[in-house]
Design a protein around this ligand. Sequence first.
Ligand SMILES: *[C@@H]1O[C@H](CO)[C@@H](O)[C@H](O)[C@H]1NC(C)=O
Ligand SMILES: *[C@@H]1O[C@H](CO)[C@@H](O)[C@H](O)[C@H]1NC(C)=O
Ligand SMILES: *[C@@H]1O[C@H](CO)[C@@H](O)[C@H](O)[C@H]1NC(C)=O
Ligand SMILES: *[C@@H]1O[C@H](CO)[C@@H](O)[C@H](O)[C@H]1NC(C)=O
Ligand SMILES: [Zn+2]
Length: 437
Amino acid sequence: MKFLGKSRSQTAAFLPLCLFLLKILQPGHSHLYSNRYAGDKVIRLIPNTEEDVNALKKIYHQLKVDLWQPSSISHVSEGTVTDVHIPQNCSWILLAFLQEANIQYKILIDDLQEALEKGSSLQTQRSRRSLIEYNYEVYHSLEEIQNWMHHLNKSYTGFIHMFSIGKSYEGRSLFVLKLGRSRSYKRAVWIDCGIHAREWVGPAFCQWFVKEVLLTYRSDPTMRKMFNHLYFYVMPVFNVDGYHFSWTNDRFWRKTRSKNSRSRCRGVDANRNWKVKWCDEGASMHPCDDTYCGPFPESEPEVKAVANFLRKHRKHIKAYLSFHAYAQMLLYPYSYKYATIPNFSCVETAAYKAVNALRSVYGVRYRYGPASSTLYVSSGSSMDWAYKNGIPYTFAFELRDTGHFGFLLPEGLIKPTCIETMLAVKNITIHLLKKCP
Ligand SMILES: *[C@@H]1O[C@H](CO)[C@@H](O)[C@H](O)[C@H]1NC(C)=O
Ligand SMILES: *[C@@H]1O[C@H](CO)[C@@H](O)[C@H](O)[C@H]1NC(C)=O
Ligand SMILES: *[C@@H]1O[C@H](CO)[C@@H](O)[C@H](O)[C@H]1NC(C)=O
Ligand SMILES: *[C@@H]1O[C@H](CO)[C@@H](O)[C@H](O)[C@H]1NC(C)=O
Ligand SMILES: [Zn+2]
């Protein structure tokens, strides 16, 4: 992809024409999300100097663009890959500004609405099916996922148990699946997906994981070993309100949906709301920001419910795995500070082997390391909290990709993403079972 370099005056001159064309070219059929992303772009820029960084921060605050990567403008510094989603009516201002400031950029997604509709072409062909025919290679709405869970609970009694650990802000049940034959195992692994609403490949992976377990726990030796020793708790959609909202209103919604008494902006970042260095570096105190830490720790009922569950079961929960997107990384504590955890080498070896196992399938490379130095510093995260609360092995996956599709990872890539991730999860589990204390 080449970097663009049109001059500012050229851009300005073409503007009326562009707007005019956009108006005529609206196709007649109904659009997802009421066509709200028509003409929006996602661009990638890498500021080279401190001056660039300051210029970007200024324009970010003025235009209120939607940051895709990193999650907070405070993380943008020299050399940081920065992906921003800019609304159609702001794009000319921003692009003209970038050109004037001589900041290089490239366009990742030229028309977000088009990308969105292309990616979901399968949605209309979908019908209700049984588990065996259930399509694990499309994204599913919250209702579909919950129906699927109920179906499993009924069909696999004795292996799957579905229960609710509480209610969301908007009153939805927070469902968890417990997988394992009913014996009194000593230890368990917790897996959650969809803390951030727009990261749809997360819940898709949780569903894939459960399917693979059901299909192979009798036949595959690794799976058998895992399920001879462990229970798995799987929470396919952590942030149920946000996920639902990302289907009905705003595809790029990240936070919960709680109301704020001091602001019209809604929602809290459910991965900054935990009581571990809460609201310190890498979290925002402003309700309108995507990394808003909330009014107090565990203010979000979803976070409180999971924290309560983990507190209650921490004696036998050996590992905590949380699934996010996008970046292609396997992260472990600490997230809130630059420091290595005790028993670092065991966790590091587990991560190293896991990313190698992952890469062995399609050659996809993941970076791995402590979250603070590999991704960025962020306080109040679930991973750090789980670690601090006595779960010795905690990891966060940032699944595919690295920005080509970003949050709009096409449904065609669900399968390869899940296949490779599955190997990493199995590898980590076995490693921790065998070699780590
Ligand atoms: C772009 O459109 C949105 C909603 O239609 C509006 O709130 C915003 O002020 C517009 N921005 C500019 C720069 O025109
Ligand atoms: C799952 O099934 C069991 C019966 O096997 C039932 O008691 C339980 O209420 C079900 N869970 C949910 C969330 O419906
Ligand atoms: C884990 O991955 C490593 C390669 O990184 C491989 O040698 C090992 O056999 C794998 N173990 C399991 C249980 O999959
Ligand atoms: C580190 O490993 C030792 C055993 O080698 C174990 O006793 C200790 O609990 C571990 N610490 C943590 C924080 O996991
Ligand atoms: Zn995330």
